[in-house]
Design a protein around this ligand. Structure first.
Ligand SMILES: C[S@@+](CC[C@H](N)C(=O)[O-])C[C@H]1O[C@@H](n2cnc3c(N)ncnc32)[C@H](O)[C@@H]1O
Length: 411
């Protein structure tokens, strides 16, 4: 089974090195006495306190108001957020989303900060983009927006360096306040509609009371065949806030393409203590490792709550030829206990705990024991019980897509 972790592209590392004036690849990166490095690591420590503990301070991006904070954000948070969109891109790609014909693909990023989502897409296109489907870098353009002009300036610096390595990485930078819905509407009137909209780690800084109106305007900004990807941190409160946004999208007539395999309200919102997030495997780069060691952060894997939203009906489950009885997303880790495996599955049946006794493992259900959080599975022949669902030797469990969005072909 292809479980290769994501590896940070060298082109990203060398661009970041050029922008920040740091050596990030040498073995001793981070352990040097370099003042620039020490200042940035202290900046990451400050940011990490603000982003995880003091949520009030995070409103409207005030934590990014100093140059050091913004450079520290680029170094640590842009890097650790970069891959969070890739599973969503891969899933859309499976559904032929990037088959554009001759039309350019337009990408609008909202609350973009230093441009994480845009660079993520540029790099994905460069390294994994479906070139055979006719989508080339040159037929793509972006508009990167943020409340703060200083963020846009930093993003522009990054773009200048990136374009030396990927010349097609070109676009516009525009300041846009997402809390000013009249301004957002006017932006749409000026620029028209977009195929791809991203809003990454920004929703939680916006007033939830305005969600309905925001969704209506975001839909106006989206082409009929377009997709809006929302990425949010994985902590319980912020994740639940993102899940409520997801449910409001459905109430507004939108469709959840992924990660959910259904368009019902989110079952994780039923109980206060539940939430839902993915976990992406990556090869933690040396310099992130060094920062983690110095200040006590830890990014062994990358976690987030995401929704890929479309105007028209359609779901990731339609990308698989065989119609299974149930297509489910695994929404917990796999609990490997003495004598049995347990995991929570989310499907149009709701959020349910599935159990397999190890003595009942068989060739058809064996993959249950190999599952990871956010794999997509197809299941047949199971036994619903009052508090869980039992898998038997005759049950079938097939992992069809891994949490990284990699399609499984080697059964
Ligand atoms: C945590 S950063 C995320 C940056 C980038 N999208 C990422 O994921 O790395 C949140 C961004 O949202 C922006 N932001 C906050 N409130 C905003 C608003 N009302 N309108 C537009 N952007 C806003 C901040 O300036 C900041 O750049």
């Amino acid at each position: 089974m292809n479980r290769s972790p994501f590896v940070l592209p060298q082109v990203y590392i060398s661009t970041l090195e050029a922008v920040l004036g740091l050596d990030l690849t040498s073995k001793h990166a981070g352990r040097s006495k370099d003042r620039n490095w020490k200042e940035l690591v202290a900046g990451v420590a400050e940011l990490s306190k603000g982003l995880t503990i003091d949520r009030v301070q995070t409103q409207s991006g005030v934590y990014l108001s100093t140059p050091i904070a913004r450079r520290a954000y680029m170094l640590y948070y842009m890097t650790t957020n970069l891959f969070k969109l890739w599973p969503a891109f891969r899933e859309l790609s499976l559904a032929g989303f990037f088959e554009q014909g001759n039309r350019p693909l337009t990408h609008l990023d909202l609350g973009g900060g230093p441009g994480t989502a845009v660079w993520s897409f540029v790099l994905w296109l460069e390294l994994e983009g479906p070139k055979q489907e006719g989508l080339q870098q040159e037929s793509f353009n972006f508009i990167l927006t943020d409340l703060l002009r200083s963020n846009l300036e930093d993003a522009r610096q990054f773009q200048i360096e990136l374009a030396k390595r990927i010349p097609e990485a070109k676009g516009l930078f525009e300041s846009l306040d997402l809390s000013d819905l009249t301004a957002l509407k006017a932006f749409g009137a000026r620029h028209g509609k977009f195929k791809l909209l991203t809003m990454m780690n920004a929703l939680n800084e916006l007033d939830e009371a305005k969600d309905e109106e925001l969704i209506r305007i975001l839909f106006e900004l989206l082409e009929d065949e377009g997709a809006l990807i929302i990425i949010e941190p994985s902590s319980r409160e912020i994740s639940r806030r993102a899940l409520r946004f997801r449910d409001r999208v459905i109430a507004a007539g939108g469709s959840i393409f992924a990660p959910c395999t259904h368009n019902n309200n989110c079952p994780a919102l039923t109980k206060e203590g539940d939430w839902c997030h993915t976990e992406i495997q990556w090869e933690r780069p040396l310099f992130i490792n060094a920062i983690d060691d110095e200040i006590g952060t830890l990014r062994l894997s990358l976690k987030d709550t995401y929704s890929t939203i479309r105007k028209r009906a359609g779901n990731i489950r339609d990308s698989f030829p065989s119609e299974a009885e149930v297509s489910a997303r695994i929404v917990s880790e796999l609990f490997d206990e003495k004598g049995r495996y347990r995991a929570f599955f989310c499907s149009d049946r709701g959020r349910e705990e599935f159990i397999l006794n190890k003595r009942e493992e068989s060739p058809s259900n064996r993959q249950f024991g190999e599952t990871r959080r956010y794999d997509l599975v197809q299941i047949e022949s199971f036994e619903p019980r009052p508090h869980d669902v039992k898998l038997a030797p005759g049950s079938t469990v097939n992992i069809v897509l891994t949490s990284s969005g990699a399609r499984i072909v080697d059964k």
